[in-house]
Design a binder for this molecule. Structure first.
Ligand SMILES: Nc1ncnc2c1ncn2[C@@H]1O[C@H](COP(=O)(O)OP(=O)(O)OP(=O)(O)O)[C@@H](O)[C@H]1O
Ligand SMILES: [Mg+2]
Length: 258
């Protein structure tokens, strides 16, 4: 894609000609997508367009039936979600992924511990726990849940649970963050808060976000890719997408009618 544009335009993630079928049902038809380092990239498109499938292929959950994926310049097609996560790719799920019976603090600490298991060895366990607690509190502060840290996660409001989920995603300091509809099911008030939160915690990081709410998309994204029936309909900066006639006809127009 933007390979010829020099060193700075080096894509952290690249999809080349990705196809996917589920037992003969074809859902992706040659997706090409380049995500630059430190950009916030929104993936939009109607229900069933293939957005979550693209996410599942990026994160290694599904294998594409054709095509290649590159992460940080290395081909990672077929790499397991676990290993991709270790390499710095983190996702949150469309469905809530927190441990409801653990406290807010324990949820975040757990995420940090699971990441640090391989980094730390047996030395200085006390220091390590203090360090982990400090990191945990830092994340809680970022997501605005420090004052709720001892609350059992299942008792948080829906919006707070989604904030916690974003906290779990950023807790491991990933190089690439994937959020699949982080504002799904939120009230407009909660959505506004969530957008502020996402903007804050992804400052200077690379984000790919699937989102239906156009206000969220246009306020967050540096670039937008529109997926329509398993193909890239358009990809570019928000203004370009807003003006794009194909996008208006196929997608944004539909939204208005609803
Ligand atoms: N595991 C699966 N097995 C079979 N079909 C699947 C599977 N996952 C997705 N599909 C199908 O692939 C197509 C794309 O689905 P996908 O979930 O990627 O859409 P989406 O763009 O994320 O939609 P939404 O906006 O509703 O979340 C749909 O027709 C869906 O039914
Ligand atoms: Mg989806």
């Amino acid at each position: 894609m933007a390979e010829a544009a020099g060193n700075s335009a080096y894509p952290i993630l690249e999809l080349q000609g990705i196809y996917k079928d589920f037992d003969g049902l074809e859902v992706l038809f040659g997706i090409n997508l380049g995500i630059q380092k430190e950009e916030r990239h929104a993936v939009i498109g109607p229900n069933g367009a293939g957005k979550s499938t693209i996410f599942n292929i990026i994160t290694g959950k599904y294998l594409p039936s054709k095509g290649k994926i590159f992460f940080k310049g290395q081909e990672v097609t077929g790499t397991s979600p676990y290993r991709l996560n270790r390499q710095g790719l983190a996702r949150s799920f469309q469905i809530t992924n927190i441990f409801r019976t653990m406290t807010v603090f324990q949820n975040v600490r757990n995420a940090i511990l699971s990441k640090n298991k391989i980094r730390y060895n047996l030395f200085s366990r006390l220091d390590r726990m203090k360090d982990i607690s400090e990191q945990t509190e830092k994340v809680l502060e970022q997501i605005g849940l420090l004052d709720r840290k001892d609350v059992v996660a299942g008792l948080l409001s829906y919006g707070q649970q989604r904030a916690l989920e974003i906290g779990l995603t950023i807790a491991t300091e990933p190089e690439l963050i994937l959020l699949d509809e982080p504002t799904a099911g939120m009230s407009s008030e909660e959505t506004r808060e969530a957008v502020k939160l996402i903007g804050r915690v992804t400052q200077g990081k690379t984000l790919v976000i699937v989102e239906h709410d156009m206000e969220v998309v246009f306020s967050l994204a540096d670039r937008i890719t529109v997926i329509y029936y398993g193909e890239v309909l358009a990809s570019g900066p928000p203004d370009e997408i807003r003006q794009n006639q194909k996008v208006k006809d196929a997608y944004l127009g539909e939204e208005k009618e609803e």
